[in-house]
Write a protein that binds this ligand. Structure first.
Ligand code: SAM
Length: 184
């Protein structure tokens, strides 16, 4: 396992998850706190949360430390950003769904990491990524491909960790395959 890419472009690792995912989302009722549903529509990809254990694995693969700035593309309920902050990093979540952004902020506050986290309601295609030292994502193969030119603009040594999906013909420095069918 190599810790750093020998290439000029950012290091890339992929986490392969053996499905199935269990769709156990719960609907919220009027007046209740927003409760997202697994599989709910997102702008370009539905929301399926990365199980916490896999979030931790992704951050470990990227060797996230307090000196990092982590950006999660399509940050869902904020779990990756919050977990990065718990490792001491500063972290940004980019999420199109405003309800998920609000939920993420509440979750970050509950976990005591509001000061290290930021969540913005935005399209991941339109957001500046240049501060990132680590990019995490759980999107789709075609989205990953569209993002490649922007990822190549990041500073050398930036680590990119993709849950499940590849980056086309880019060869990952690290592959981790795990069997997991939990969603929380
Ligand atoms: C598969 S979920 C992953 C959530 C989170 N990163 C995780 O691993 O738990 C993808 C997320 O991307 C969001 N999303 C989809 N298209 C987006 C876009 N164009 N810009 C920002 N967020 C987007 C969805 O709303 C959803 O929350």
């Amino acid at each position: 396992m190599k810790s750093q890419s020998k290439y000029k472009f950012p290091a890339f690792a992929i986490l392969l998850i053996l499905i199935p995912f269990i769709l156990t989302g719960q609907s919220n009722k009027p007046g209740e706190e927003y409760v997202p549903e697994v599989g709910q529509q997102g702008k370009d990809v539905v929301w399926v949360p990365t199980p916490q254990e896999l979030v931790d694995t992704m951050l470990a693969i990227a060797k996230v430390t307090p000196s990092d700035y982590v950006i999660d593309l399509g940050s869902g309920d904020g779990r990756t950003v919050i977990s990065a902050a718990k490792r001491g990093a500063r972290a940004l979540g980019i999420e199109y769904n405003p309800d998920m952004v609000s939920l993420s902020k509440r979750n970050a506050a509950r976990e005591g990491v509001s000061g290290k986290t930021e969540f913005i309601e935005a399209d991941l295609y339109d957001t500046d990524l240049s501060r990132a030292t680590v990019i995490t994502m759980f999107l789709l193969p075609e989205i990953n491909l569209k993002l490649r030119p922007r990822l190549l603009e990041l500073r050398p040594g930036t680590r990119i960790v993709s849950n499940t999906f590849t980056m086309g013909e880019w060869e990952a420095d690290v592959h981790v395959t795990t069997e997991d069918n939990r969603n929380s």
